[in-house]
Each structure stands twice: as structure tokens, then as C-alpha cells.
Design a protein around this ligand. Structure first.
Ligand code: HEM
Length: 475
């Protein structure tokens, strides 16, 4: 009683059939949520669903989202086959865990990542170095031809991964590294096949046994097995060359030192290290590169935005040196582009699911313990009363009197205890990579190709539809 309004629940299925029907009709999960909210919720704040075994509440309004994110009774993360299969049946990592393990490990992760530059000058330097490699690679691709056509929806992936991986594992990869191309392809397909609230086998776990291929379970496990192997191999290499008398080179070293010193005590274990690396690999790269995929699809479509960004870059940085993070305070237009990229990405998806740790209430509705509670960012970041013409790319919406001004309703990285821990890196990378590319090149519609399409690829993390752009040196 007093559960948030939504479609009727049938035995076993819940309202899975109605959700599937509307999803197929609309093409996108967010459109399906919008239609269901309109049909069933008179105040629009919340939508209550039951899909198979999962009781799910989608949090639509700004008011309800703020209340939810600050409610400590909703600070859990979901349990179940989907979340635990990621980490070989156990609850590990920092992305979808809660309680003492999450608290202790999140603290350790942040403390030690800082030793390797995270959130500090070193991080900006790492990002600038990757910007340098990126420019080198584009010039190489152009050769003596004067211009080159490149796929832009995934162009930044490896450079973004490198900024994080150099702090996590002391490594960087070349964009044509076959293992990296393969891993990124696996991740892209995986994220397109699932939603933030799960997938067929998580709502109906029996499907993982009776129909492992069709339900996506087999693919889910196979992708994770490859990622585990990639990470375990790297951890093994780190362990082999670990020297207790030498300074740690990266986060893996710091964790191995802690394990060597104290053993697998409390929440510390080698499995936890693998899980944390996987979480960072997934949460840290897909999100930023897909934000940039949206940004560049709009920059190709709207040359006036590109022109204004380049005018500011030329005025503040000039042409001799590459942009760096110290330039950001003097480049509000380009900083506003960063926020607009992130808005377009998060505005097409849901937050990382929370779970009610106890019976509680939200906007006066009852939320029973173990309900999955998920922020509907589309509703906030694409609300035309908060962001007029929400599907246009308008950096100006984050500027006031020529300075950055972020409204209270802009929180694409979440709020409170589970707030994203990588926002500083994400914003640093988007700023450095966008300004570095636009300083050196113009990014134009490729001849014979349509303008980048605004329909995106749906999934747990949405992506701009694949598109090519023509890259022309500005000098
Ligand atoms: C544009 C880029 C990004 C966006 C939009 C984004 C957004 C978010 C959001 C909305 C959450 C969930 C907050 C909640 O549950 O209430 C989150 C959590 C998280 N993000 Fe990000 N993120 C981005 C980049 C990154 C990066 C670069 C990293 C790693 C360096 C990262 C690591 C994490 C982790 C570990 C969590 C879980 C935090 C926790 O539960 O304690 N994210 N992010």
C-alpha cells in the first residue's frame, strides 16, 4: 500500500510485459518511463515498477531526487545475480557495493589515487600528455593529405582510459593496441545490451539457467571473464616485480603493499583489488568518452559553437602551446562546453541504482526495504523548464555575465555519499581533449556523410550514434 504508482503487477512477471511493450514501441527506455509516468502517476514524482523479482522505483522530479539522494536509508546498492556475477558471485568493488566494505575501500582508493596525481596537478599533466599523443596521432593520420575522416564517437576512448590507467596501473596504451580495441568493443556491446536497472536474466534469474544465451547471461559472463583476466594478469605482473623498498608507482602497487603488510584482513583482498580496477575501468572510461561522443556530434552539427570555442582558445592560449588545466578559469565558454557534454550524456540515462536499506518514505510514498531506487536523470537534465530547448547544444546556458554559473539543479555526478568519485578527472579530460583538438583542427561534416544523427544508442550508458567527421588542420 502507498507504493509509488505504476502499472498493475501480474504474478511472476510483475509489469514486465507492459514495460517491454512500451519500450519496443518507443525505442528508448527513457521514453517508456516517460509514457508510463504520464499514464499512472498524477504528480509525476515517482514511478513504481515490478519487473520479475525486482521492485524498482524511478525517481523523476528534481524535488524527489534531492530527497532520495540525501536519504541515508536509500544509500544501499542493489544485490542479486546481475551485480554479483560482475564479481564472481561476491559483493566486491566500489561501484555497486555499500556498508563497511564500500566505505573502507572507497576511502583507500581515493587516498591512494591522490598519491599518483588524482585530483591534483599530476592528473592535469597526465591529461595534457595524452592530449599531446592525440594531436600526434591525428597529424599522423592526416599525413600529407591535408585532412582525414575519422570516427569520432569512439575517438577519445583510449586516451581517456590512459589517464586513469596510468594512475591505477602505471600504463598507457596506443589507440591501435589490439587488446584494448577488443576490450573496448566488448564493453561497448555490453553497455548497449543492458539497462541501469538490469536486464532479462537479472529480473528473471531462472533464465540464466534455462536460456543463458538468449537472456544475455552467457555474454555477460564471457565479457567479464575477459576483463577479469586482463586485470588479474596485470596484477600478477605488478606482484612479480613488487619491491617493498622501492616507492609505489601506481595504485596497484599501493594495494599490493597493503596486502603484503596486513594480509587479506577486513575488507581487503586481491579479489577486491580486481573488482575495484574493473569498476574504475567501466565507470571511468565509458562515461567520459560517451559524453565526448555527444559533444562532438553537436560540434559537427553546430559550427557556430565550434567557432566560438576556437575564438576563445586562440585568444587565451594562442597557437604556440597546447591548452592546459590552468587555462580553464580564463576559458568559461570551453568550460561550459564540458558541462553541456556531460548534460547531454547523463540526460539520456539513469543514475547508478540505489537500494533501500530499510523501510522508508520518499515524497510521502512508501519505499519498502530492498526496493531498487533509481534517479531518472533524463527528467532533470532534459526538462525544458530547467533547460530550454534541452536537446540543443547551448554552452551559454551555463554562463552568466561571461562567467560559469551552475544552477542547483545541475548535478549529473549525483549528490551526497555516493556522489561520483571521478568527476574531477572526467571534467579535466573533457576540457583538455576538446580544447586541444579544437585548437589544432576543425571538425567538420564528412563529405558524402549525413550530419551526426541525434538518435543515440540506448543502454546502461548511452552513446552518440557512430559518425565520421572530417578533420582539417587549422593552420
Ligand atoms: C562524464 C563522466 C561521468 C559521469 C556523468 C558520472 C556520473 C556518475 C553518477 C551519476 C554516479 C552515481 C551517483 C549515485 O549513485 O548517486 C557515479 C558514481 C561513480 N562514478 Fe562516476 N561519472 C563519470 C565519470 C567517472 C570517472 C572518470 C570515474 C573514475 C575515475 C567514475 C567513478 C565512479 C564511481 C567509482 C562511482 C560509484 C561511487 C560510489 O558509489 O561511491 N565516474 N558517477
Amino acid at each position: 500500500r502507498n507504493f509509488p504508482p505504476g502499472p498493475k503487477w501480474l504474478p511472476v512477471l510483475g509489469c514486465a510485459y507492459e514495460v517491454k511493450k512500451l519500450r519496443d514501441k518507443n525505442g528508448y527506455f527513457y521514453k517508456c518511463i516517460k509514457e508510463l509516468t504520464k499514464l499512472y502517476s498524477s504528480d509525476g514524482h515517482l514511478l513504481g515498477l515490478k519487473i520479475g523479482k525486482d521492485r524498482i522505483v524511478l525517481v523523476n522530479s528534481l524535488e524527489a531526487n534531492k530527497e532520495m539522494l540525501y536519504n541515508e536509508d536509500i544509500d544501499g546498492r542493489p544485490k542479486g545475480i546481475f551485480y554479483q556475477t560482475r564479481t564472481w558471485g561476491e559483493r566486491k568493488g566500489v561501484l555497486v557495493t555499500d556498508g563497511e566494505l564500500w566505505k573502507e575501500q572507497r576511502r583507500f582508493l581515493l587516498k591512494h589515487l591522490k598519491d599518483f596525481g588524482f585530483g591534483r596537478k599530476g592528473m592535469a599533466q597526465i591529461s595534457s600528455n595524452e592530449g599531446n599523443f592525440m594531436v600526434r596521432d591525428v597529424y599522423n593520420a592526416i599525413g600529407d593529405r591535408g585532412s582525414v575522416e575519422l570516427y569520432m564517437h569512439n575517438f577519445f576512448n583510449t586516451y581517456i582510459l590512459n589517464t586513469l590507467w596510468s594512475m591505477m596501473a602505471g600504463l598507457r596504451y596506443e589507440p591501435n593496441d589490439p587488446q584494448m580495441i577488443h576490450l573496448q568493443r566488448l564493453l561497448y556491446d555490453l553497455f548497449a545490451a543492458i539497462d541501469m536497472v538490469g536486464c532479462a536474466f537479472s529480473h528473471f534469474p531462472i533464465l540464466s539457467v534455462v536460456s543463458p544465451s538468449l537472456s544475455g547471461y552467457k555474454n555477460f559472463v564471457a565479457t567479464h571473464e575477459r576483463i577479469w583476466k586482463f586485470l588479474r594478469d596485470e596484477i600478477a605482473r605488478h606482484k612479480k616485480r613488487f619491491d617493498p623498498n622501492k616507492e609505489d608507482n601506481d595504485f596497484m602497487d599501493a594495494y599490493i603493499r597493503a596486502l603484503n603488510k596486513h594480509g587479506e584482513v577486513n575488507t581487503y583482498s586481491e579479489g577486491q583489488l580486481v573488482a575495484m580496477c574493473m569498476d574504475m575501468f567501466m565507470a571511468g572510461t565509458e562515461t567520459t568518452s560517451k559524453s565526448m561522443s555527444f559533444g562532438f556530434s553537436y560540434l559537427v552539427r553546430d559550427q557556430e559553437v565550434q567557432r566560438k570555442a576556437q575564438e576563445e582558445i586562440d585568444r587565451v592560449v594562442g597557437k604556440e602551446r597546447l591548452p592546459n588545466l590552468d587555462d580553464r578559469p580564463n576559458m568559461p565558454y570551453n568550460e561550459a562546453i564540458v558541462h553541456e557534454c556531460v548534460r547531454h550524456f547523463m540526460g539520456r540515462t539513469l543514475g547508478v541504482p540505489h537500494r533501500a536499506l530499510a523501510d522508508t518514505t520518499l515524497i510521502g510514498y512508501k519505499i519498502p526495504r530492498d526496493t531498487m531506487v533509481v534517479s531518472n536523470y533524463t527528467n532533470i537534465l532534459m526538462d525544458d523548464t530547467l533547460y530550454p530547448e534541452p536537446y540543443s547544444f547551448k554552452p551559454e546556458r551555463f554562463l552568466k555575465n561571461g562567467k560559469i554559473s551552475l544552477p542547483d539543479h545541475y548535478f549529473p555526478f549525483g549528490l551526497a555519499k555516493h556522489r561520483c568519485l571521478g568527476d574531477v578527472l572526467a571534467k579535466c579530460n573533457i576540457f583538455i581533449f576538446t580544447t586541444t583538438i579544437l585548437q589544432k583542427f576543425s571538425v567538420l561534416q564528412a563529405p558524402g556523410q549525413p550530419l551526426p544523427c541525434l538518435d543515440h544508442v540506448d543502454g546502461a550508458t548511452p552513446s552518440a550514434a557512430p559518425f565520421k567527421a572530417l578533420i582539417v588542420p587549422r593552420n
